[in-house]
Design a binder for this molecule. Structure first.
Ligand code: ZN
Length: 191
C-alpha cells in the first residue's frame, strides 16, 4: 500500500552490547520514533513474540511494545506502546512463570517475579498513564522493562541452571543456532 512502509528489523541476541545498556529516555515522539514503533510491532509479530523492547532492535530508546491478544484470556487487550516506563509498585506476592525471549531463542526458564505491578509510562502523545497489571501482563511488562535496564531473564536464574545454559547461550551468541526470524549479524552489535 502507498505510504505504508513497514520493515522487519533484525533482533539483537544475547551477547549484543546494546542489550546490556540502560537505554535513553524518549523526549519527543518524532517521525523516526513513530516508524520505529511500527517496525517494532511488525518485527515482534513476525517472530511470534508478545513483547519487544527497543534495544532488541538496536534502538537506544526507552520504548516497549506489547501485544498479548494472541493469548486466549487476553484476546480483548489492545496492543500497547509504553514510552519511558517505570514500575512504581511491585507486589510482595511472587509467582513462577515460564519465560522466553526473542533475544534468547529456544530457551525457556521458570522465573519468579512479583505477581502484580503498577507501571507508569507515556503514550505516543507523551501523555502519562498508570497501569495496574497482574499475571501474564505483569510478567511481560516486567520482562520488557528489564530489557530497557540491560537485564535479561537469564540473569535471574540460579547458578546451577546458569552453568547448564552456558553452552546453549554460547551457541546463540556465536550465531550457531538457526533462528527463524531476522537477527543481528554479529555479537559485537553497536549503534
Ligand atoms: Zn526478552
Amino acid at each position: 500500500m502507498y505510504g505504508e512502509m513497514m520493515a522487519l528489523l533484525p533482533i539483537t541476541l544475547i551477547g549484543d552490547k546494546i542489550l546490556r545498556r540502560k537505554v535513553k529516555k524518549v523526549t519527543e515522539v518524532d517521525v523516526e520514533t513513530v516508524d520505529l514503533i511500527k517496525n517494532m510491532f511488525s518485527t515482534m509479530r513476525n517472530a511470534n513474540g508478545i513483547g519487544l523492547a527497543a534495544n532488541q532492535v538496536g534502538a537506544d530508546k526507552a520504548i516497549i511494545v506489547i501485544d498479548v491478544s494472541v493469548v486466549d484470556e487476553y484476546k480483548n487487550v489492545k496492543p500497547m506502546v509504553l514510552i519511558n516506563p517505570n514500575i512504581i509498585f511491585r507486589s510482595e506476592e511472587k509467582i513462577v512463570m515460564e519465560e522466553g525471549c526473542l533475544s534468547i531463542p529456544d530457551i525457556r526458564c521458570e522465573i519468579d517475579r512479583p505477581k502484580e505491578i503498577v507501571i507508569k509510562f507515556k503514550d505516543t502523545d507523551m501523555r502519562e498513564h498508570e497501569l495496574e497489571a497482574s499475571a501474564l501482563l505483569a510478567r511481560v511488562l516486567q520482562h520488557e522493562n528489564d530489557h530497557l535496564n540491560g537485564i535479561l531473564f537469564t540473569d535471574l536464574i540460579d547458578q546451577n541452571l546458569k552453568k547448564k545454559l552456558k553452552k546453549p547461550l554460547n551457541l546463540i551468541k556465536n550465531r550457531q543456532l538457526e533462528v527463524d526470524y531476522p537477527v543481528t549479524a554479529d555479537a559485537e552489535y553497536r549503534l
